[in-house]
Design a protein around this ligand. Structure first.
Ligand code: F0G
Length: 492
């Protein structure tokens, strides 16, 4: 027995046994914390493989020409490492494939739907769960109901399909990202945060009655896969409460966002991921989701919300455009795969590997001097094209020039997120550049191993070291909406 005096002068007795246990506990914890970082291994074994096809540089040169220098037109068999997107490119687990076999293909009331509904409700806590065939279908339905001329939809940063669906409804999509999120070279923990003061000023300017909802995209894909903090979600919720405006989450990468919260917001350091996820959704009145990302599947999505009136309208639109309310344009087996995927994505071993391997990719590039958007986001590494190809003006698409060269040099497919994707024309037809010129290398979930990533690191460094040879590009053809998907380009 030990007698100890506390700070307010009280004498307390502590049994030596307890003292020993507590000391031992702290020794173990500290030893674990101080253990040097070990190699992060893929937390899975590979059961089924898919060959990839090697091409020569000469073949790739002519394939690029045939594709109008737009890798969206390349055939995937001609791509060695495909970083075009992390969407729908996930390798499903054996349990998900088992679910696919077990799908109940009933048109109405399928058991697979109820499995899906329970899984989504379990994490979102929302009342109405409406399946869609992918994220943009959820967006189309939502903004058909709440959008329209004279309306404004603020978001930290709209993804391109979200923006297109808002604008297609006649409403205006407004990005209100925090200042640090607009600077690729600046390092901060939560560069996906909404600028809350600017949000309030915006609401005051246009009037709360003209804002049907406020959106938060987690993680912020167009801004570099950067997370949104729980503090920011709470602050935006407070603004929503003050003005009576609903909050919706664009939830594509909710689990990756939750992992960043756990790592970077001390309050959550010891909170299990599923609890963080529930708290995030708990502040929202609804969400749209592309399950092709953190749903860990090849297709699927949903729209979820608490508002009965909107949900009724959404279900009617769903039946007209997607399918009956218990399948929403999906095969029922897809719903099984989503239900299982939502469990797997919350596994901390998986999330640790996922985020850490993206960081590994980014660190190796940074160490070699390659300019990337800092810090690395969750699902992708973004090359900073303005610094990578600083000799190419924005109207000559520096990012697209890098995209083409990565394919030509090493068979890597990436995507430009800059002037080609988001550039506009002013009233004189002059090019207006977006805030950042980026090239995204989005990493499919559970698909590539570390040696694939090492190969890409080598190739990118080589392209960077001969960057003065990169040439500017010009548009030969562009469509009215989402021009990057179908644009034709050539060199200037
Ligand atoms: N919202 C975000 C933040 C997204 O990243 C995407 C898709 C969508 C909505 C639309 O979902 O594709 O299922 O219709 N992003 C993909 C990408 C296409 O490559 O980043 P979808």
């Amino acid at each position: 027995m030990l007698l100890v005096e506390t700070r307010n002068g009280k004498i307390i007795q502590i049994r030596l046994k307890y003292l020993l246990c507590v000391s031992l506990y702290y020794c173990v914890i500290k030893t674990i914390e101080n253990t040097p970082m070990k190699t992060i291994i893929e937390p899975f074994k590979i059961k089924s493989v898919e060959p990839i096809n090697f091409t020569t540089a000469a073949q790739r040169e002519s394939l690029l020409q045939e594709a109008f220098y737009n890798p969206f037109f390349l055939h995937s068999k001609d791509v060695l490492i495909d970083f075009l997107t992390d969407s729908g490119t996930t390798a499903m687990s054996s349990k998900q494939w088992a679910g696919v076999m077990d799908g109940d293909e009933a048109y109405a009331g399928s058991k697979s739907y109820f499995l899906f509904e329970n899984a989504v409700r379990d994490i979102t806590g929302m009342k109405h769960i409406i399946p869609t065939h992918q994220g943009r279908a959820a967006e189309k339905i939502l903004f058909s109901i709440v959008g329209g001329k004279g309306k404004y939809v603020p978001n930290n940063t709209h993804f391109d399909t979200t923006r297109a669906n808002v604008e297609y409804s006649g409403a205006e999509a407004v990005d209100i990202l925090c200042e640090v999120g607009k600077h690729p070279e600046q390092i901060a923990d939560f560069k996906g945060n909404m600028d809350v003061d600017a949000l309030v000023a915006f609401i005051e300017k246009v009037g709360k009655e003209n804002i049907p909802l406020i959106m938060l995209t987690v993680t912020n894909n167009s801004g570099g896969g950067q997370p949104v903090s729980m503090a920011n979600i709470r602050a935006v919720r407070n603004v929503c409460n003050a003005y009576g405006i609903p909050l919706f989450i664009d939830a594509c990468r909710f689990a990756e966002n939750a992992y960043f919260i756990k790592q970077r917001e001390p309050e959550f350091a010891y909170t299990p991921i599923d609890e963080i996820v529930r708290e995030m959704f708990g502040y929202a009145d609804g969400c749209t989701m592309s399950a092709k990302k953190d749903g860990m599947v090849n297709t699927g999505g949903w729209i979820a919300m608490n508002n009965d009136d909107w949900a009724g309208k959404a279900r009617n639109l769903l039946i007209i455009t997607e399918g009956f309310t218990t399948y929403g344009g999906l095969a029922r087996r897809d719903l099984e795969a989503i239900a299982q995927g939502l469990k797997e994505v919350l596994d901390e071993n998986y999330l640790h590997y996922r985020i850490r391997s993206t960081q590994y990719f980014g660190e190796k590039l940074t160490n070699a001097g390659v300019p990337i958007l800092m810090p690395t986001g969750g699902h992708a590494v973004y090359l900073d094209a303005s610094r990578f190809a600083s000799h190419i003006p924005t109207e000559q698409f520096p990012g697209q020039s890098i995209v083409c060269e990565l394919y030509r040099h090493a068979g890597i497919r990436s995507v430009e997120i800059g002037s080609l994707m988001f550039g506009k024309y002013d009233e004189h037809g002059k090019h207006v550049a977006p805030p950042m010129e980026l090239v995204r290398l989005a990493i499919p979930r559970r698909v590539y191993t570390q040696s694939h990533i090492d190969y890409c690191i080598e190739a990118i460094i080589e392209v960077y070291n001969s960057r003065e040879q990169l040439r500017g590009m010009k548009l030969l053809y562009e469509s009215e909406y989402l021009r990057h998907f179908t644009a034709h380009l050539s060199y200037v």
